[in-house]
Design a protein around this ligand. Sequence first.
Ligand code: G6P
Length: 362
Amino acid sequence: QYAQKEGYRFFMEKEIYEQSIVVSDCMLGRIKDSEINFDEIDPSILDGINEIKICACGTSYHAGLTSSYLFERLSKIKCSIEVASEFRYKEPLLTTDTLFIVISQSGETADTLEALKMAKSAGLKTLVICNVDNSSMTRVADYTILTRAGIEKGVASTKAFSTQTVVLWMLSLYFAKQRNTISSSKLQEEINTLREVPLALKVYENIHEKAKRLSKRYLHGHGFFFIGRDVFYPLALEGALKLKEISYLHAEGYPAGEMKHGPIALADPELFTIALMPKNMLYDKIKSNVEELSARDSTICAISSQDFELADDFIKINDANHYMLEFFEMLIALQLLSMEISIRLKNDVDMPRNLAKSVTVE
Ligand code: G6P
C-alpha cells in the first residue's frame, strides 16, 4: 500500500500534491486560445433557461457555493444553491426555465442522486459535474462534465474540490460567452488566469513547513473560526470542514461580515481565527472585520499575500493579480494545515472516524 502512496505519508497528502497536475488534465481541450469549450454539452443548453439551481453535499456543496458567485458575476444568470438533503423535502418549486446542476465526486451520494431524479422528473434540464464516469448520477443526468481528478482515496476531499471549482469557473465563462455578458478582453483575461491555476495549486515547501510549525500549537485549539468574504466564504466553510473531518476539532466557517452579529461574542485568546485575506477581493472590508476580532483578543492567523501587522500568525501566499488564484493558493494552505494537525494528533488522516467516502444511504 505504501507504494501506491508514492512516498507520501497519506493518500490525502499525495492528493493535495497532485492537484496542480490534475487541474491541467481537467482543463485540457476545454481551453482553446481565447475560448472555452465543452464537447460534452449541447451549445443550446441555455435555450429557455433563466436560472441555475445547484444541489450537492459536503465539499461538493462548497464548490457549488463558490460557483454561485461566479454564475451571477460572470454569466449574469440568477443562481441558487441548496444542500441536497434539505432540497429533497422542502417541496421545492421547480420551473422548466431552470438548469439543474448537481455536483458530486462519487456520483453516488444518495441525497444528491435523489435531488437529481426529482428535478429530472419535473422536466428540468440536468447537468452533473462528477469525477466518476458511468456513476449513477451520470446515468440519470442529461449532461455530464467529468472533473478528471483521478481516483480520490482520502475520505477528506481535496483534488475533487479543486477540479470541480475549475470546471464550474470554466462553465460560468462558457455561459458568459454564450449570453454575451462578457467582453472579449475580459474573457481573454479570465482564460489567461485559468492557465495559471496549476501554478497556484503547487505546494511550496515554505507553505508546507509553515503548516507543520503552526500545527504544533493549533492542535490545542478549542475552537476555530474560518472567515472570508465572497468566494472566500465558501472557502472558509471548506477549510473548517477539513479541520473537523480529520482533526476532530471544533471549527466553523463564517462570512466575515456576519461575525459581528453574534459569533464575535465568543472572541477571546483561546479562539483561533483563520482569516482569508485576499488582496484582490474586498481586502479593506475583511481587514476591518479581522481588526474587530483582534481588538477583542482573538488569536488571528492570516492567510494573505499582504503583510498584516495584527496577525499573531501568518501564512504568506504568493502575490497574484486575480482573486481566484489567491483562492487556490489559500486552499492548499488550508488543506495542509488540517492535515498536519491531524497527523500530530495521530489520527487516521485517510479514514477519519465516523465518515465514509461515499454516503449511499440517506
Ligand atoms: C461524504 C464525504 C465528503 C463528500 C460528501 C459528498 O460525506 O465524506 O468528503 O464531500 O460525501 O460526496 P460526493 O461524492 O457527492 O461529492
